[in-house]
Design a protein around this ligand. Structure first.
Ligand SMILES: [Zn+2]
Length: 112
């Protein structure tokens, strides 16, 4: 049975392999690139699909935007302003509550 390998051995082996493949690439660079170009020319559709897949993977996630004014929002479908406007327009209880609150606030401010 082979003795257990130490991490140093693996690192040394990896360096050795990397050096081998680097040397191989340097010696055969022209042929390798020619072969890659030929493959690319023969598989344009595949190349396009691969490129699109890579772009889709690395593209940053679309930032959320308010559905009404398109301003960026941290969460929810609407920004603060549009949320309030939407509730006023669609929720009669909310509207009555807020208008009463605003009326009280105006009276208090007027010193009443
Ligand atoms: Zn908005």
């Amino acid at each position: 049975m082979a003795p257990p390998r130490r991490p140093d051995d693996d690192a040394a082996l990896a360096r050795k392999r990397a050096a081998y493949f680097r040397g191989y690439y340097e010696r055969h660079k022209a042929e390798i690139l020619e072969k890659n170009r030929k493959w690319g020319a023969e598989h344009k559709d595949r190349l396009k699909a691969l490129r699109q897949a890579r772009r889709a993977q690395t593209a940053p996630p679309e930032p959320a935007a308010c559905v009404d004014c398109a301003r960026p929002v941290p969460h929810g479908p609407r920004c603060r302003n549009c949320h309030a406007r939407h509730r006023y327009a669609t929720d009669p209880d909310y509207r009555a509550r807020r208008l009463a609150s605003t009326r009280r606030w105006l009276e208090r401010r007027a010193g009443g």
